[in-house]
Design a protein around this ligand. Structure first.
Ligand SMILES: Cc1ncc(COP(=O)(O)O)c(C=O)c1O
Length: 724
């Protein structure tokens, strides 16, 4: 019978719940039973729900799903505690068996010591046929993926509704189904929001007024009740075994059952446009979010500018969705004043590595103002081009010609064009991140995981011509054999494009061997020093390792926040650019090369690369000390001037989000990476003091578990590998 698919949810059962007030309770329960409904979902933490479950269970034998409440932290008492809590659930629901028990905390299996004890207890109950299914109740796919690394649940309960379609993306449910996991959808009306009159929204929900109105209109134009679309939408996914119907009152339940049994098909319109990944309105846990302003700014920005106008790595969801400031008013040194006059210390991205000499450096800015006053562009060229060129070439004796652009990816595309013009070979071996252009992303056409191994997991190839397949071939850092292999296999490789160093240091002779292979095979070797350029030496990491490329590319900090990037190289190769077409209007403005020149002079004067390396070393040492002191394992990596760490835990992203959440309360923007700048020095003690407090709290949480309970926002999205 179709109604077997329905589970009656008691999540909101309080005294207003309609079972015994508006209608004769007995009659209602029997009616549900007669309609074929056999399942109820309850939990000891839901108000009063056990009272009702017990009542209806006295009348007929319903099958009960419940949730395991929070358990003791004391390992020795854990086993008894699980037994006690399960027995108490059985008693309070007046039942001898539970059809399923869901973990209150889906991340519990990640706590290996506790989980071993808990799981064994649960298995014991299962063997005795007291519990039929062990499951997890989750909020997002990450929780499922993490959990699956430890154990395979029998059942998974997850949210699914018109606004939150996370679980039906990319065949996620079908893949779980293949693992023979039973799937239960909940939150199908999004805690009633989808059926609510848009005039009754609270202030936070009102931020999504337009979206909610669009939904209301959709239902109206299709002449459907919202409940109907919600129910039919969820019921349309064949892999779903059961659906939880939450109800405010019994009348509503009866209506919804009618809709469910009705055989009419769902309207054929595509409902996917209502789903915005990561939107806070998708998850009722965050509806009491206090940062209305930040959310409003972000939604407005997203509405009018693609991707909110943010770089992937600057997206607020990368840090603290819904609680991260969106717009800055001013920035100076390593301090940022946001739109609402809140002052923050930037101990994270520093403009994604652009400002080694601090934001709005007085020395550079005062001179740049003069450049603007003298006109940034004219029909003639700016002399700053030749001045910057002289400076860069004097720093790199192996190079004899330069060219300037304004972004890293653009400069890399130019470098590759020059190299191809010289070698007449199209294909390129890559190792590192080289920007957003087609040639680079095309490596993911053959295998969408190709670029995962070199830092950036999950890069999409949508919009990249399939015809570019086979142009770029990734090889593994510190694995010379992987380079040799692709060069042997692909005779049309004319360029090796690589970062000199990323997270790990080069093994002895690795770079030298790359150089030799390139020379032996007439391949142009390009070092992408966009990020590493001025962080450890004055002019590129290759100078430290004394391995010299044929071309090198610099970006990011070259202009200390003003867009300017450079390609330098050997004259015979660079000159081939003349036979190609490489030209762009704004490459000839003055402010870029002037900023490059002024920044290089100031870097040289201040020896900034030594300063930021020392700051980063102190940070690394401090993190290491904390990790030992608070017994929270982390792995530290990255250039000293750009230190980063990763928790050695499947909970890494949750812990990182917690750090950001707590540090922002202290007005410090922090995550697990610091792009050091010379101004950090004076604030290091403050950073250390506050960071230690947060780290200590986190280590306590780590012992207790249930990290998600401590997060006031969704977990930070991962994506740009470098930042995680
Ligand atoms: C090594 C490297 N190359 C290229 C780029 C792309 O530079 P841009 O973002 O300025 O296009 C980056 C940016 O992160 C980078 O780190």
């Amino acid at each position: 019978m179709k109604t077997n698919k329905i589970i009656i949810g008691f999540a909101q059962s309080d005294e207003k719940y309609g079972f015994n007030k508006n209608k004769n309770f007995k009659e209602v329960a029997l009616n549900l039973y007669n309609q074929g409904i056999r399942f109820v979902d309850t939990a000891p933490v839901y108000n009063n729900s056990d009272y009702y479950v017990k009542k209806i269970n006295n009348l007929k034998n319903f099958k009960i799903y419940s949730k395991l409440p929070p358990l003791t932290e004391n390992l020795k008492k854990l086993r008894d505690d699980v037994d006690k809590k399960i027995n108490s659930i059985l008693i309070s629901n007046n039942t001898k068996t539970l059809h399923g028990i869901f973990l209150h905390d889906p991340l519990l299996p990640l706590q290996s010591e506790r989980w071993k004890i808990i799981y064994n207890c649960l298995l014991r109950f299962k063997k005795k046929k007291i519990i039929n299914n062990i499951g997890i109740s989750v909020y997002n796919r990450d929780e499922v993926n993490n959990c699956l690394k430890i154990f395979k649940p029998d059942i998974i309960q997850f949210p699914l509704n018109i606004f939150n379609q996370e679980f039906v993306q990319e065949n996620f449910l079908q893949n779980l189904k293949k693992k023979k996991i039973k799937l239960i959808a909940r939150s199908i009306f999004l805690q009633g929001l989808l059926c609510k009159n848009s005039k009754k929204l609270n202030n936070f929900q009102k931020l999504w007024l337009l979206k909610i109105k669009k939904w209301e209109n959709f239902c109206k134009t299709n002449n459907k009740k919202p409940e109907e679309v919600c129910i039919k939408f969820v019921d349309s996914f064949k892999s779903i075994d059961q659906i939880i119907f939450g109800v405010d009152d019994i009348l509503q339940l009866e209506n919804n059952l009618k809709i469910f049994k009705d055989k009419k098909k769902l309207i054929s319109s595509d409902l996917s446009s209502f789903y915005e990944p990561g939107d806070l309105i998708n998850d009722p846990r965050y509806w009491n979010n206090k940062e209305i302003n930040y959310n409003k700014d972000w939604l407005t920005s997203k509405k009018y500018i693609l991707n909110g106008g943010m770089l992937l790595s600057k997206k607020p969801s990368q840090f603290l969705p819904g609680l991260w400031p969106i717009f800055y008013k001013k920035a100076k040194g390593c301090e940022i004043l946001d739109k609402y006059n809140k002052r923050y210390l930037d101990f994270c991205l520093m403009g994604v590595g652009t400002n080694i000499l601090g934001y709005s450096n007085k020395n550079i800015n005062s001179r740049l103002k003069k450049v603007i006053d003298d006109s940034n562009v004219s029909t003639l060229n700016s002399e700053y081009n030749i001045k910057l060129s002289n400076k860069l070439l004097s720093m790199h004796k192996w190079a004899s010609k330069s060219f300037f652009a304004r972004t890293g990816a653009e400069a890399n595309a130019i470098a590759l064009r020059i190299s191809r013009a010289y070698t007449k070979k199209d294909e390129v071996a890559i190792c590192g991140y080289h920007g957003w252009h087609d040639w680079y992303l095309s490596s993911n056409i053959t295998n969408k995981k190709n670029l995962d191994q070199i830092l950036l997991p999950g890069l999409s190839t949508i919009g990249i011509p399939k015809k570019l397949q086979g142009i770029s071939h990734p090889f593994k850092y510190n694995d010379i054999e992987s380079l040799i292999k692709i060069i042997k296999k692909n005779k049309n490789i004319g360029t090796i494009f690589m970062e000199v160093q990323r997270n790990e240091k080069p093994n002895k002779n690795f770079l030298k061997n790359v150089r030799e292979i390139a020379s032996k095979n007439n391949i142009v070797l390009i070092f992408d020093e966009c990020t590493s350029g001025f962080r450890e030496t004055f002019g590129g990491l290759h100078k430290k390792y004394k391995v010299y490329p044929d071309l090198a590319v610099f970006g990011k900090s070259l202009g200390n926040g003003i867009p300017i990037t450079a390609i330098i190289g050997k004259k015979n190769i660079m000159n081939e650019a003349l036979s190609s077409f490489i030209s762009s209007t704004f490459w000839s403005d003055s402010i870029g090369p002037a900023a490059g020149l002024f920044s290089l002079n100031l870097m040289e004067e201040k020896k900034s690369w030594i300063k930021i390396t020392n700051i980063g070393k102190k940070i690394k040492k401090f993190w290491k000390k904390l990790s030992l002191k608070y017994k929270l394992k982390i792995e530290i990596s990255g250039l000293d001037s750009m230190p980063m760490f990763k928790f050695k835990s499947l909970n890494h992203n949750y812990y990182k989000t917690y750090i950001t959440q707590e540090m922002i309360k202290k007005r410090i923007l922090a995550t697990n990476v610091v792009y050091c700048c010379i101004d950090h020095d004076k604030f290091l003690n403050k950073y250390f003091r506050e960071f230690e407090k947060v780290f200590a709290e986190l280590s306590n949480i780590d012992k207790k578990g249930a990290i998600s309970k401590y997060l006031k926002s969704p977990v930070a999205q991962s994506g740009f590998g470098r930042l995680n």
